[in-house]
Design a protein around this ligand. Structure first.
Ligand code: UGA
Length: 434
């Protein structure tokens, strides 16, 4: 069985590498020649723990290759995965132009019967349109079946998730096509849920929207906890011990970021609108998240008064640890707000600094080492809980700062830990430690 994957972004590349690791022959296609050149040299364009080594291993074993040629990439394929981006358009809806282009390319280039698998997150009904487009562009008399196989990988632990995920959803209207995809996924040993195409499309959006809801919910509880003197970490622990609630995604902080939750919640709201349904709950989830991104700035203003001329160290810029992804990272909103208030910013991230330089407002300074960022700072903000930052921020602040004060958007330390150092500490949903 020959597998081709269209799109070598985060989803396509991880899928391609992991499918080759379990023994399949995979060709990854991308229209970007520089990217394909880089990949062909064994260099991963994204920072994802474990991915680069696995990629090289499978390229050397002759199971994984990269090409820009649709003819080469699709001609011998039995199964084609569509894993191109569905970025958010200006109206909030998912932009499907890359998906539709991939469908046309498949139609024009396949030379046998194929099963086409949609990995990209697409609104309800898209898979039917994909099938129509492929069929309309077919040059031979080939049978094409479309399967929706949403991905649930998290950035930063995508390789782990590919092998130890909770479920694989296979949405198909044709049992034979579903069986082909089930067989391909057998080596992963992950439970398979077979559904209709529409249900699979909905499962993806509903899952991300639900996780985003959990985060906004706990952030609201955090904001309330501060007012009544409760500790949100204790509250989340107590809630999470109820198996019906579950303990995950109840970590309060400065809101969710990344390429998925913001884009998918917004797309689901748009889908609802088109169906004349007001998804009021999800609109609130999004609004809470926007407000949450800058709660630390408000706390700093409340505590210190004017931030004009204050040198503020921003520790951690990526939307979460173990990634260089800056998309919708809270650091962007925080930096913009602080600049507006006249603060001087020195930013540090162990991996995402290069991407951040392109995205954060002009005038933000960058430190190559965490020590350099903290050294002359008046205030420290923790925005991403990278291991290095958690290990060093408290101790460095106590050593280097005149009046050490940390505003922690990720609740990295307990009161007991903070009290060992001479540091004022303000976090989210908990009482300040003075
Ligand atoms: C998310 C989902 O978790 C994946 O299942 C899904 O496949 C992926 O989107 C996608 O659709 O591609 P990801 O965005 O990589 O994965 O990262 P998460 O680990 O889910 O974190 C998202 C954001 O929520 C981060 O900013 C994180 O800091 C924040 N978060 C997460 C919280 O603030 N609190 C929590 O308790 C959990």
């Amino acid at each position: 069985m020959k597998i081709s994957i269209i799109g070598t972004g985060y989803v396509g590349l991880v899928t391609g590498v992991c499918l080759s690791e379990v023994g399949h022959h995979v060709t990854c296609l991308d229209i970007n020649p520089e990217k394909v050149d880089m990949l062909s040299k064994g260099i991963s364009p994204i920072y994802e723990p474990g991915l680069g080594d696995l990629m090289v291993k499978n390229m050397e074993a002759g199971r994984l290759s990269f090409t820009t040629s649709h003819i080469l990439g699709l001609k011998e394929a039995d199964v084609v995965y569509i894993a191109v981006g569905t970025p958010q358009g200006s109206d909030g809806a998912a932009n499907l132009s890359y998906v539709y282009q991939a469908a046309r390319d498949i139609g024009r280039n396949i030379t046998r019967d194929v099963v086409v698998v949609t990995k990209s997150t697409v609104p309800l009904g898209t898979n039917h349109k994909v099938k129509q487009l492929i069929t309309a562009n077919l040059e031979g008399n080939h049978c094409v079946q479309v399967v929706s196989n949403p991905e649930f990988l998290r950035e930063g632990s995508a390789v782990y998730d590919a092998f130890y995920g909770d479920r694989i959803v296979i949405g198909a209207d044709c049992p034979e096509a579903a069986a082909v995809i089930e067989e391909i996924n057998k080596p992963f040993g992950i439970p398979v849920l077979k559904t209709s195409i529409s249900s699979a499309e909905m499962i993806k959006y509903a899952s991300n929207a639900f996780l985003a809801t959990k985060i906004s919910f706990i952030n609201e509880i955090a904001n309330l906890s501060e007012k009544v003197g409760a500790d949100v970490a204790e509250v989340a622990k107590g809630m999470g011990q109820d198996a019906r609630i579950g303990s995950q995604f109840l970590k309060a902080g400065i809101g969710y970021g990344g390429s998925c939750f913001p884009k998918d919640t917004s797309a689901l709201v748009r889908i609802s609108e088109e169906l004349n349904h007001d998804f009021h709950l999800l609109r609130s989830v999004m609004e809470i998240n926007e407000n949450q991104k800058t709660v630390l700035v408000e706390k700093a203003v409340e505590r210190l008064g004017s931030l004009e001329g204050k040198r503020i160290a921003l520790l951690g810029l990526a939307f979460k640890p173990e990634t260089d992804d800056m998309r919708e990272a809270a650091s962007i909103a925080v930096a913009e707000k602080l600049m507006e208030l006249g603060a001087e910013i020195i930013a540090y991230d162990p991996v995402a600094a290069e991407n951040a330089q392109r995205i954060l407002p002009e005038g933000v300074l960058f430190a190559a080492q965490i020590e350099e960022a903290v050294k002359d700072a008046d205030v420290v903000f923790i925005l991403t809980d990278w291991k290095e930052i958690v290990e060093k921020a408290l101790i460095l602040s106590s050593l280097f700062m005149k009046n050490p004060i940390i505003f922690d958007g990720r609740n990295c330390y307990t009161e007991k830990e903070v009290k060992k150092y001479n540091v004022e500490y303000v976090s989210v949903g908990r009482m300040p430690v003075i």
